[in-house]
Each structure stands twice: as C-alpha cells, then as structure tokens.
Ligand binder design. Structure first.
Ligand code: F6R
Length: 607
C-alpha cells in the first residue's frame, strides 16, 4: 500500500528511479510522483495520475538541460485520504517549498494536526502526508534528523517516511513505525525502499529498519539510529530468490506465477521433507511440536484466509487438535479471549497486512503462542515473533496471490504432518500423505497443460455479468478462493457458496444468463453435489464443472474442465490451479490489467 523509493548517488540516473518505482507499483498504482535535487539545489518535481508509465512519459518528455540531479525521492500511491488527483500525489511539500516528503501508512491523528497547523499554513491536498510536510517546516530546528524525531513524536498511526531538505542536497532521512522501510547499498549508491523488490536488482546488500529507527543517508553512505544512538548492524546480502524474474514468454506475471507453481512446490519442501523416508526435518517445526498445543487458530485475510480454511478442512479430518480460521479484520472486531493452549498462526504473503499485524500485536500482548507463515523475507509480521516459516514462493509480483496460496497450504500441511508424526498420532495417515504429496508437482503440471482448453471456455464465459462458484467440504473454501480470483482479475461479479446452501436462497438468481461454476471431483460428497447441480440444471443455468475424468454424470454439465486423476486431497490443489487459469483467461478475454487489477494493492498496510 504505497511504495517509497529514494536514493542518492554520484550520477544522474532517472531511469533507475522509474524502474525502481515500477518494481514497487504493485503496492499501489493510483498515481506516482518524483522529486529530484541537484548539488546546486535545483529541484525537479513531477507527478502523474495513473500508472508509473504515465509518470515515466512525463519524465521522458521533460527537457533536462545540463542539470545533474543526485538526490531522488519517489512514490507510487494507493489512495486512502483524498481522491486520485495530482494534488494528492506524493511527494508532499512544506509551505516554504523546502521540505519534500513521501509516506506509506496512515497518520491517524492527521485531522487534529491539520487543524492546529491550519492557523499558520494553508493546505493544497486532502492527504494525511501533507500534514507531515507542514510539521517538518513548523518544527525545523536547523537539523533534519532532530526535527524528524520531533515530528514523529507528534504522529499517531503507521508510517514509513522519506524526507529531503532541498537546501541540503545528498541527504535523505527515513524513519518508520509499523510500515516497512529498507535501506540498500551498492558502490556509491544508497537506496531507501518500501520493500526489497525495488532494490533487489540494484543493491548488493540491505538492512531492514526496525520500528522507530531512523536512517540517514549522507556522503554516499548511510547510518541507522535509534533514539540518537547509532545502531551497529551487519547488512544482509541480496539473495537470488529475492530478485524479480524476467517475464520471458509470459504475457503477465500472474500467468508466469501460476505456471511457476510446480517449481515453487519443490522449493517449499526442499531441505524440509524427506520423501524417501517419509519424514520432515525442520528445526522450527521441531520446536513447535515441543509446545503444549491443544488448539490452532489461523488469522489472515483474502486469499490467505482461504488458504487457512482449506487447510482447516484437511486438518479437521486427520487431527486430534481443534482448528479454526478467522478473517483478521473480524478477529480485530471481536473480543479476544486469550487461550494459553492455542497456537495462533498468522498467515500472510506480504507479511505487511495491517489487519493481520494488528491481530498479532493483540495476541502477543497476552503472551499467547504465536507463529507466522509469510512469503516476504524480513517483512514486519515475520519480525514480530521468533517462531515461523517462510512460504518460499519467491517474489510474487501479480497483485492477485496465486503461487503463494498453494505454498501456504503446503507449509500448513507440512506443519500438521510434522505435529502428527512427533505426537505419534495418525502416523500411517501422515506418511501416506507425504508420499501422495510427492506426486503433486506432476499433477499440477498436467492441470496446467489444459491451459488452451480453459482459455476457450473462459472466452465463452466472459460474456456473463455474474457467476456462482460452488463446492462442498474442502471445495467450499476452494470455491471461495476461485470466486475471489474471478472478481479480482476479471471484475465479473461472482459469489461462492457451499453447494448445499444454494437452495436456501441464492438459487433465485439462477437463469440462462447466470452460470454456476462447481467443483465436484469424485469423493465423499460427489453424489450430494450432483443433486445440487441438478437443481441448477432444472432452472436452465449454464454449469461449468471442475470434475474428475471418470465422472459418471458429465451430461449434467454445460462445460467441463477435467482435473488430473488424483486423490481428493490432491484435487484440491489441481482444482485451485485450474481455477486460477480460468480467472486469468476470463480477465484476458475482457482485456483487464491482470497484474494490477483496479482499486487494489498487493501489500495492504491499512486497516
Ligand atoms: C487476492 C489477494 C488478497 C490477499 C490479501 C492478504 O488474490 O492477493 O486477497 O491475499 O490482501 O494479503 P497477505 O497474504 O499479504 O496478508
């Protein structure tokens, strides 16, 4: 939710700025802006509504003369306070036009601050960030570092900020609380960024800032401070897995990431599962099994919530431990009754989702057992508790989560199998599941080979305005996740239901122009779902079935997508992956921007 990118260097490198901003664009793409400063304090400021490409064109059109700019701050915005306008686009400026600020997060007390500052300063935007720029001016004491200490003392909320004093070229001050900020370095370039993506192809090493830490870039180097004390911390080397891949022959990152799923699975289990001996080796999971766990509660949002629910169905089937999954914003809206025997698992691709982060704070404050499963290395949630596992899905660029959802379910399964094995319960089941899972990458590759068929069907179904997505048992949350992807990528209205629920009201909507998508591979609930399909068919509703190849009622479906022959457990994964392709191709048929669906952002750092 909003991306910050800033750097200083000896050369004028505006191309690097635009590229860096593009790498952060998935955090928000309502508008983008940059400010550049030369050694002689010449200022270049440009803002554009829309994508980074709109800003890039404006920057390209600009006549640059011979001025050499060496200090840059830039921002890509996901609108919270105030509409999508040039005025609301960052960087925001103090009234004396000396200080320039970019911000990610929300300043909760901005209205009160604005009211008191209004006596002296006039405001041009509706943003909370402009208040920070005015505060910097009003509290300026001759030193930007000490001024920023005073500024943040007045702020309530979450923020990562990068600030430039136009009278002091070469210096950038960054500071953060609850929103992420990273500083990177290569030769004589120093960068600040909201996440590793903008830096990974540029910097050789990086440091992740802790809350309340301030980073000061000056003289081609950086220092980190906490309450005026210099923090000594070794920088981490940028790893291969943190770099963004080239698109290759794929038309979007979303497509590439779906096709990456078999390889991601191998990465998730690499060094963790021994398929030969059907065992799991992982220190973190060993530590987990030493805990006295009687219940598990997963707290997450969006696709991560569905991943939790899907796992929950598996877990309930095999385990003696009670499990539940809850939407993080609902967790925050409810009364929390701490339970010392519950393991609270926080599931998040980005590791930055504010609702999940805030839920974790509440649980930690009550000293309950916490565990995270996160994809982005070093993200806020991953740094809030000692115990956790990375989902190892590599960088996910598409705003819609795909490969990471599969990786999350996998890590959860691995965790449950490890618990079952360590507690000497359900051993044969657990070992059976391990050997079954080893076949999964192949089965998913087979599902992906259906791409051309799924594409044809997606084109056919792209003419509809609405869809139901149904499933029972495991396939109920699978239907929820598939429906979310359809909405998010294609903007077609879709709703998911448990197949048995349709007759309790929603069936009223079914007609020749209102299709139903149903997940019904062979399994325990196959026959019951067939009855529900008949109810739709009797109302002339088109039906698209995700089914097994040996389905005995194929005539009931208008169209079918056959899943590779597998157990019911594995068909959850192949069903999900096939539905991702369907949603992607629906979106392509409707010419949507699949990597950056409208109104959304990848990292949701506001509640
Ligand atoms: C949907 C999607 C979102 C995220 C949700 C939580 O495709 O990507 O629903 O799953 O915003 O994000 P994380 O997992 O980063 O906490």
């Amino acid at each position: 939710m909003c991306g910050i990118f800033a750097y200083t260097g000896t050369k004028d490198c505006r191309e690097m700025l635009v590229n860096g901003l593009r790498m952060l664009e998935y955090r928000g793409y309502d508008s983008a802006g940059i400010m550049a400063l030369s050694e002689e304090s010449d200022i270049f400021l440009e803002k554009a509504v829309g994508r980074v490409s709109a800003l890039a064109s404006k920057v390209d059109e600009k006549k640059w003369d011979s001025i050499k700019y060496t200090t840059w701050i830039a921002h890509t915005r996901w609108a919270t306070h105030g509409g999508v306008t040039v005025e609301n686009t960052h960087p925001h400026i103090s009234t004396n036009e000396r200080f320039y600020v970019v911000h990610n997060g929300i300043i909760e007390n901005y209205k009160e601050l604005k009211k008191s500052l209004s006596e002296k300063y006039s405001f041009y935007s509706q943003t909370d960030t402009e208040v920070v720029a005015k505060l910097v001016e009003s509290l300026y004491d001759g030193n930007l570092k000490s001024t920023m200490e005073k500024v943040v003392a007045k702020l309530v909320g979450a923020y990562s900020l990068a600030v430039v004093d136009s009278e002091n070229p070469g210096e950038i001050v960054g500071i953060k609380l609850w929103s992420p900020l990273i500083v990177g370095k290569s030769n004589d370039w120093v960068y600040i960024s909201s996440d590793i993506n903008a830096l990974s192809n540029l910097a050789e090493s990086f440091s992740i800032l802790e809350d309340n830490e301030m980073v000061v870039i000056e003289n081609g180097d950086y220092s980190i401070f906490m309450s005026w004390k210099k923090v000594e911390r070794d920088a981490e080397a940028v790893q291969e897995g943190q770099k963004i891949d080239e698109l290759g022959d794929f038309t979007s990152y979303t497509e590439k990431e779906i096709f990456d799923i078999p390889a991601v699975l191998e990465n998730v289990w690499s060094g963790r599962i021994d398929f030969k001996n059907k065992s799991i080796h992982n220190e973190t999971l060993d530590a987990l099994s030493d805990l006295d766990i009687e219940r598990i509660c997963i707290i997450s949002s969006g696709s991560s919530y569905y991943a939790g629910e899907i796992w929950n169905y598996f877990f309930r089937k095999f385990s003696w431990i009670q499990a539940s999954a809850i939407i993080s914003s609902e967790f925050l809206s409810d009364v929390f009754i701490p339970d010392s025997k519950t393991l609270y698992i926080f599931l998040s691709q980005s590791g930055e989702t504010a609702d999940v982060r805030e839920s974790m704070k509440i649980v930690k404050a009550k000293r309950c057992m916490t565990f995270w499963i996160v994809n982005v290395v070093g993200s806020t949630i991953a740094r809030m508790a000692d115990l956790g596992l990375y989902s190892h899905a590599w960088v996910e660029v598409g705003v819609a989560s795909t490969k990471n959802v599969i990786a999350q379910i996998w890590v959860l399964l691995m965790m449950s199998i490890s618990l079952w094995l360590k507690k000497d319960l359900q051993i044969s089941d657990a070992r059976e599941i391990i050997s079954e899972l080893s076949r999964l990458p192949d089965k998913i590759s087979q599902a992906l080979m259906q791409g051309p068929h799924i594409k044809k069907l997606a084109k056919k179904y792209s003419v509809y305005n609405d869809m139901f997505v149904l499933g029972r048992n495991y396939f109920y949350p699978v239907a929820g996740e598939a429906s979310l992807k359809i909405k998010e990528l294609s903007y077609i209205h879709s709703e998911s239901y448990s197949a048995g629920e349709l007759k309790h009201g929603p069936l009223a909507l079914v007609s020749e122009t209102f299709p139903t998508i149903v997940f019904n591979p062979m399994g325990k609930f196959y026959a019951k779902t067939i009855s529900n399909i008949q109810e739709v068919s009797a109302r002339k509703g088109p039906i698209l079935g995700f089914i097994s190849s040996n389905d005995t009622h194929k005539e009931l479906y208008t169209d079918t997508i056959e899943l590779p022959e597998t157990s019911e457990l594995l068909s959850v994964f192949t069903g999900l992956v096939s539905s991702y392709l369907f949603a992607l191709y629906l979106a392509e048929a409707l010419e949507r921007d699949v990597d950056k669906p409208r109104n959304l952002a990848k990292s949701v750092t506001v509640e």
